[in-house]
Write a protein that binds this ligand. Structure first.
Ligand code: WTA
Length: 654
């Protein structure tokens, strides 16, 4: 298990400034502790009170009904609500229709659009009607394959409005990834765009990817195409529909569907350690509540704040903290189509100045890539609107934490290092900005109602502080995923088998002497590359699709910018000769099958892989070689062919 790297807490921690504390929703550590205790003592009472944040069409009969031994999770049973009503309608009905919901910042700095809650309300209803007209009914699955454009929010909320289950597929995924995801959940409709723009890339072939996929996705009946760039794309009569035309020609009124709290809201695919991506299924009531409550407390959102989450809506962070959480809280959110280094390395900071952003939430990998370009970029811009900074996706190390704090936050903005997962729906371990003293690199303390525990590999719970082991959750919370779509057994096996009665996160952690949590990385076969969750088995599968490949094994190794990068070991079929050409082709193959984010940074051709006598690849050894820890390869005596190790070491790619 990879938990040796836990840093020592620096002696001084950063206390929230008075300015941050005074007006915060939770303004001291003692207030946090009291509320936290209370939330555990009367968990149902706590969540029932929080649930008043939402509009319910019908109140629930029972707050929670969860059993981790039987793996049954239900929140707010009997309750009825609609997520799009909660994110849009009620704000308009309460007189806030003129508040800006979305500030869209295009890839091109000259392009900005502001969309009020009233406009969003109309667009969502029109889109909902357009979906209905194309045959989508409550419970049907809709695949959304878009870049970061306002129509993404409209499409998501339109699905929620009519009770269709959306499955957003990240816009950089390839046609092949699209096929497997569409087929796994039998999507009826796809919503895409003509082409996309990102940084210097113009005309990213979104519709063309859909066209490639669609021959192999028999359940798809209609394809909506948002006109983003105006590039000419093929439109198949009777199947493909221009989004804008469909919206314009339908009614702007559509009643929201009354959904059961436990009705599915969406599916989002995440990497599995055994190959096939898992369709993480979230339920309407609990998820929406959890996203809203955590957004309120963790980002300390107050009316008028401009809030920017840089995550793509193709990932869970975009779902929870760009769409559902903030919109339920009537926030003004910045949605950014571009990338941090276009037109130059000052883009993030320019956008913060331009829109007077108060709360900024991004990923450590973005910070690392910008930090290395020097302080001159942020120093050109007025960042004085910022009052709160956040990170998510992977452990943030001390250098980038300190840079973020000093150079971006000018020493006065609290940093919330938020730990959570696609599966958890929302943030579970995090500082509260007005309350929790922070230590660079630690996600600090559990959110209200959350019961983390640390387990040994043997399954014993470690009590007290200064303990290291596997991070589990001892009880449920409303935002927890309910199942793996179409494969409940996989849900049980992945998360509840290793430590019966507990939810296993797959992460290792250290609970330090002060009870603070430090996430030390994955203990399973998932690699977090630039904050993206990638399964080793998926990458190995993609490499294996190259004709010359006999076998592949991939591991993660530390990388300055990506945090972790992928190192691939590849053995070729007999008669094939290793060459740069094959290396390039394999790389292309992975890009084609999974997308560019999953391509290996390093690739070593090997004569053989280190295997036990039972044929299991010993990744521990491959990891050590990739990490260049050659003096510390550990026991290799159980290998079928110990000599393999020597040749792997000598062929190591620097
Ligand atoms: C990692 C992203 C350390 C962790 C929301 C987790 C983190 C996985 C942090 C989930 C953090 C996320 N500190 N590690 N603040 N946030 N992780 O599903 O390994 O894309 O299990 O969800 O990212 O990644 P996912």
């Amino acid at each position: 298990m990879n938990n040796a790297a836990a840093p020592t807490p620096p002696a001084p921690s950063y206390k929230p400034t008075d300015a941050a504390s005074v007006s915060a929703h939770v303004s001291s550590l003692s207030q946090y502790s009291a509320l936290y205790e209370e939330s555990l003592r009367d968990n149902d009472g706590f969540w029932a009170k929080q649930a008043e944040r939402l509009d319910w069409i019908k109140k629930w009969d029972k707050v929670s009904d969860c059993n981790f031994n039987e793996v049954s999770i239900r929140w707010f049973q009997g309750g009825k609500l609609n997520a799009s009503h909660n994110c849009v309608d009620r704000h308009v009905q309460n007189g806030h229709g003129d508040v800006t919901a979305i500030i869209w910042e295009g890839n091109d700095p000259a392009q900005t659009r502001k969309i009020s809650y009233r406009e969003l309300h109309e667009q969502v209803q029109r889109a909902a009607n357009a979906l209905k007209a194309s045959g989508v009914q409550k419970g049907d699955r809709v695949c959304i394959y878009l870049q970061m454009i306002p129509e993404m929010a409209v499409a998501i909320l339109a699905c929620a409005r009519i009770g269709a289950v959306h499955s957003v597929v990240f816009g950089a995924f390839s046609a092949e990834s699209l096929i497997s995801r569409i087929n796994d959940s039998s999507c009826k409709v796809i919503i895409t765009q003509d082409t996309g723009v990102r940084g210097t890339k113009q005309d990213i072939p979104m519709k063309a990817n859909v066209d490639k996929a669609i021959g192999q996705t028999p359940t798809v009946e209609k394809v909506f195409v948002v006109r983003r760039t105006g590039s000419i794309v093929e439109m198949k009569e009777g199947r493909d529909i221009v989004w804008q035309t469909a919206l314009d020609s339908t009614s702007p009124h559509c009643e929201p569907e009354a959904m059961d709290a436990e009705d599915p809201l969406f599916i989002l695919y995440t990497s599995g350690s055994t190959g096939k991506p898992k369709g993480v299924l979230h339920a309407t009531g609990g998820y929406l509540l959890y996203a809203s409550v955590t957004h309120h407390y963790v980002f300390d959102y107050k009316p008028g704040d401009v809030y920017w989450c840089t995550a793509d809506v193709g990932w869970i962070t975009g779902h929870s903290y760009l769409i559902y959480g903030p919109l339920a809280n009537r926030a003004t959110v910045v949605m950014f189509e571009g990338v941090p280094n276009f037109p130059d390395y000052g883009r993030f900071w320019q956008v913060i100045e331009k829109h007077k952003v108060n709360i900024f939430y991004t990923a450590p990998t973005a910070l690392r890539s910008l930090m290395k370009e020097g302080d001159a970029w942020p120093d050109q811009y007025n960042l004085s609107s910022l009052r709160l900074l956040g990170t998510v996706g992977e452990p943030i190390k001390s250098p980038e934490w300190t840079w973020y704090h000093k150079v971006i936050g000018k020493g006065h903005c609290p940093i919330v290092d938020t730990w959570w997962q696609t599966e958890t729906g929302g943030i579970l371990i995090t500082p509260l900005p007005g309350a929790t003293p922070t230590k660079p690199g630690s996600a600090t303390l559990p959110f209200f109602g959350i019961r983390p525990a640390v387990m040994t590999d043997q399954g014993e719970e470690l009590h007290g502080n200064d303990v290291r082991g596997c991070l589990v959750l001892s009880g449920s919370w409303p935002g927890q995923m309910r199942t793996v779509y179409g494969d409940h057994q996989r849900f049980v096996d992945t998360y509840f088998k290793r430590f019966p009665g507990k939810y296993f996160t797959g992460d290792g952690c250290w609970r330090d002497p002060d009870g603070y949590y430090w996430i030390t990385g994955r203990v399973d076969d998932i690699i977090i590359v630039s904050g993206h969750n990638i399964g080793t088995a998926e990458v190995e599968g993609a490499i294996g699709q190259h004709n010359s490949v006999a076998e592949a094994a991939v591991v993660g190794y530390p990388h300055d910018i990506k945090g972790t990068a992928i190192y691939a070991y590849v053995t070729l079929k007999t008669g094939q000769v290793a060459s740069d050409q094959i290396r390039k082709e394999i790389n292309l193959k992975v890009r084609e099958v999974l997308g560019p984010h999953a391509a290996p940074e390093k690739l070593q051709f090997a004569d053989g892989l280190p295997k036990t006598r039972s044929g299991k690849i010993m990744r521990r050894i491959l990891r050590k070689i990739a990490e260049n820890e050659l003096d510390n390869l550990g026991d290799i005596s159980t290998l079928a062919e110990p000599a393999v190790v020597e040749s792997l070491v000598s062929g190591r790619v620097n």
